[in-house]
Every structure is written in C-alpha cells, then in structure tokens.
Design a protein around this ligand. Sequence first.
Ligand code: Q9C
Ligand code: ZN
Length: 678
Amino acid sequence: MASGTALIYDEEMTSHKLLWDDPICDIEVPERLSASYEQLQFYHLVERCVHVPAREGTEEEILLVHSSEHLEVAKSTQTMDEEELKRVSGNYDAFFFHPNTYRCASLAVGATLQLVDSVMLGKVCNGMALVRPPGHHSQRNAANGFCLFNNVAIAAEYAKLKYGLQRILIVDWDVHHGQGTQYIFEEDPSVLYFSWHRYEHQEFWPSLKESDYDAVGLGRGKGFNINLPWNKVGMGNSDYLAAFFHVLLPMAFEFDPELVLVSSGYDSGIGDPEGQMNATPEVFAHLTHLLMQLANGKLCVILEGGYHLKSLSESVCMTVKTLLRDPIPQVTGEMAPCLSAIESIQNVRAAHKPYWKWLMYEDTSFLHNLSTKSHLPKKTNTNPSTDHEDKITNDNEAAKVERFLELHMRNILFPVPPIRTATTQSKASAYLLPAPVCVVKEMDKNEVEALASDFYADLVKEDKTLHSLCSMLAILDKILKKEVCNGIVDSPTASASVGVALRYSVHFGFQRVLCVFVGDMQIIPNTEDGKVLVINICEKEQSGKTSSKHFISLNWKEDADRSDFFSAVLGFILPVAYSYQPDLIVIAVGPNRSIGISGISLLFGLLQGLAESRILAVIEDTDLNLIQNVAKALAGASVSHSGAYVPPTQEKVHKMKILKDQLQQDWKMLQCSVKDGI
Ligand code: Q9C
Ligand code: ZN
C-alpha cells in the first residue's frame, strides 16, 4: 500500500499579482502562497513530505474543461501592456491579469495534475498542491472570482480519462460557492460535487439562485451536486462537523469514490475577511482526517481561497500534518451546531432524499416549509440563544481571532509520539502488526495486583485475568504518559480489562473517557459519574438496560458481508463522541460481535479524530484477521472496503431516530433537523 504525502509548491506562482488599484481583487496576494509555505517550513512539515515538482499544464489538458476561445484569450495576455491587461480583466467578474498570469495558471493546472498522478500511481498516498491562481469559480468560457483555469475540475476530467475512474468526489470547503465546478459537472454522475458556502439567502457573492440547496444536478447528474448554503456568518467548528456527519460523509460513503479531490479554500476559517466565519485551524485537521477514510486514503488537496495570512497558513499546516498522519488536535468550543446551520442541513437532506438510499426513510413531513423558502434575508431569529451573534465590533473581532490563533499554536506544537502503537508480545498478533509498533514489557504482577485490587478486589483472584491486566495496564500507562499514541491488547477477559482501564484512567486524572463495547460483554457498571461515557453496540438489548446520557445501548446487527454500519457511525456514534469531547477512547471488541470487520475498522479510523488520537483497543477475539485490521487502522492505514457499504433498513433507521430524539438534548451534534422542537 502507498504511503507518504506529496507537497507541491513552485515559487513562480507568486509572480501573478495585481498591477493596479482594485479593492475587490487586492486580497488575492502572492504572500498567500509564500506565507503558507514558510509556515510549513517552520513546523518542519516540508521535509517530512515527498517533494513533487510542478509542471505546466498542456493546452490539451486545459481544453478538457475550457473552450479554445478562453484558452486563446488567456494566452494572448502574455504580451499585453498594463492598459490592455486592465481592459481584458474588466470583461470578467473579479479577475486580474498580469503578464505572467497565463504561465502561473498553467503551472497551477500542472501542479494539480502532478499531484493526481503521484497519488494514482501509488508514489504517495495523499498530498497537497499550493497553487495560484485558484480555480473553482472559473468556467468553461470565463475567468471569475480570482480564478482563470479550474484546476480541480481539470484534475477530475484528467483522472477519468487517464486512469479510467468512474467515481470522483470533489469536496469544496472554500467559503465561496464553486459555481464554476458546479456548471462543469452538473450533468455528470461520475463526479459528486459538494460545496458549502456563505450564502445569506442569496445576498452574498456570487449571489446565484443555483447556489441554493435545491440545485441537485441536472439530467443524469441529478443527485450528484450538493449545495449547503450558510445563511448566517459566524459558522464554526461544530457547524462544519455537523455538515460532514449529517450531509457529506453519508453521501460520500454511499457514493464510494475512487479518488477524493478537495477544493481547499481556507477563507472558511476564522479571521478571514471574505468568509466572516469562526472555524479554527484545528477543524481542517478533522475535515482532512474524515476524508482520509474514503477512496482507500487517496486524497488530493488543492488550494483555493484564504485571505487572512495567519489563519490561512496555520490551517494549511493542520491539513498537511493530518495528511502525514500526526495525531489530531482537539477542537475547541462548545460542540453544538447553531439553528441556522441545522436548518440548512435539514433542507439539503430533504432536497436529496430522492437520490440517496441512505436518506430513503427520512421523515420529510415538514417539506411544505421548503416550497415557501424565502429569498430575502430573514430578519427574525426564532431561537437567538443557539445562534451566533450577528454583529461584533471589529476590535473585539480582531482580538478574538488573535486569541484563537494563539490557542491553536499550543495545539499544533503538541508532541508527536515517535511510535504510534503499543502492544505486548503475548500473542501472535505482535509479529503481524505493521510497523512502527512498540512492544511493551508487561507490568509487574504484584504491582498490578495492588493497583487493581484497589478497584476490583475479586477480579484479580483469577490468574488469567491478572495476566491480561498486566499487559493492558502496561500499554495504557504508555498512552497516559503520552509515550505512544494508541495501543492494542488481546485479552481473554475484555470486560474486566476495560473495567480496570476506565478506573485507572479516571484515577490518572482523565475527565472524559469514551468507552465503546462491540459484542457481548458483561459491562461492569461504572461509578465514575460523567467521567465515562459508554456506547454498547450489541445484537440484543440487554435486559433492564435502557439508554441514558452516559450509557447508550445501540442494537445493531449487520448482515454478513453487507456493511450498513457506516450510517450508525456517521449519524450517531461520531456526533455523540464529538459532543462529549473525550480525552481517551477505549474500544472493546468481544465475542458474538454483530458488526463485520470493515465496520469495526471504520469505527477505529473515524474515532481517531478524537482524544488527540489516544485509543486503547482491547480485543477478546481469536480472529487474527480482526486483530490485524484493528492494528492497521490504529497505525493509520486507510480502510479498504471494496464498495461493500449499503444503506440501513427502515427498522434500523427507525431505531436510530428514536435514540437520536432521546439523546440530542444531551449530545447536541446529533441535531440535524429543526422539527421536534429543537
Ligand atoms: N462585489 C476565491 O476565494 N468577490 N475567490 C467579489 C464582488 C470575489 C473569491 C465581490 C471573491 C472571489 C477563490
Ligand atoms: Zn473563496
């Protein structure tokens, strides 16, 4: 399997610059590129990447998307004087030409295609291209919004042609709508295009009706264009994550792309003058990590917008760090999407219900609201307490941005353990594990006996229990002391091991431990009020155990070889986990598990976004294949699932809805509709 992260940067792309006064275009400066690259150098991320050179895109490649007229106009600007350049630029909405613009735009296309080639040929697993000018506003026959050629759209056509790809996902997290990309693919079912964007009921540039949630694609492309309009400024980390959990990711898993391209604009980040949003740089680590679970990890990130130099460059670093598989920093702030975000999410889900099996059983009885949607900004606010402040003074705003970015500096510099995964040599699993693993010496028996008897005196009387506790505690200790990131232990008595692990971690000082049980296990009741959240995934309801805030029972039985568990992980487990913000995760896999191996790998992969990636896996299962897959997931390998994802049955959707309704006041990231009285 491919490993490594490509980084593409060519200083020449800083030569494209504005030569005259233009208050609309003057934010698209060369420093956007150089500052991002310098920050990558500062964090020593450049030397950890595979350097891939840029090249010029060929005319043939540009013509995959653009008209020959457009190409000829662009070429003709190379020899123009300033006056002529200004005149041609005036033909477009928000674009400027410089004599070297054609050369730069062609390098931007070529750099993007070099990245696609590196990933598709297996030279690297993923990568990022720092390019200028950006691309997603550019259309077949027009420059627009600082964009001349649509780098990402060309890359998608190129990948289809050169590698025969049939399903490509484009995720556009830039704060502007990539209307250019939408127009290019709106009739094409082989490219799924997702964009969220500042919209404000069509008040915000480019102010198009077709940027709204009801533009779902045309003809054979119906259902393959997803617009999530933000109707308020101030959207933050939880709004973005909710959009991924409740809209993009389920669609993406059902679509099952062979390659993921990101139109990676950071004007959706905090401090940006265009976006006016609140998401901190850490959120881009999470978004990147979530997308790394698709397409076997084949992820190409291509720069689009981003105009606050500090916010932009820190967010670029977060993205590259995540591509390199460093632990994921925690997101800050209360985890609850705002009302306006929930409204948008609900609307796009309803609009897409006819096209996605996963949405088939959605309740859309509120649909009459949609037909009366207003194109005027709503001045009234039905629930101000859950909404962002509309107006903040500029002084406050700047200070707040500085504070956030300072906080972020602590996050990005947190130490990276040199070794990711710890295990003991107790079983055959050790030599099956992918490197790098750290084999830990078991803890001394007497020490453990003393330790565990504090908590569970009768447990340690049994010799095999004591033995497995020795292994588990040795590993847990390394995780708690941050010597390793995660660990895996096989235990004949998983529930006992987990019971002790939870007590030990809370004793150590952890405030929130998320514990996921998969399979039949005797769950030792926890007395650590609120410091442990249990999610129990099993086939049958345990008698007398109904769900409560800190004990959630999710009954889920997967059909053999048909993985429908993704919808429960995305729509339920992740939202609960992100609401809780654990500082450690313990996952126990026991006998009679009702979830297949690919579902379990997915669970491990996705939960690594939390608790700074600290996960202890306790496996009570003799299936070496399972242990191997869990170890792989912990080491950061992407899940390969051979297109086995299927949507859940109506019965399961119904079950999940009841649980969601019961728990969404406690775990607010579950909220994805405004009906039922949020
Ligand atoms: N009144 C990108 O972020 N603003 N482009 C035009 C006209 C243009 C943004 C305002 C913003 C373009 C790649
Ligand atoms: Zn933008």
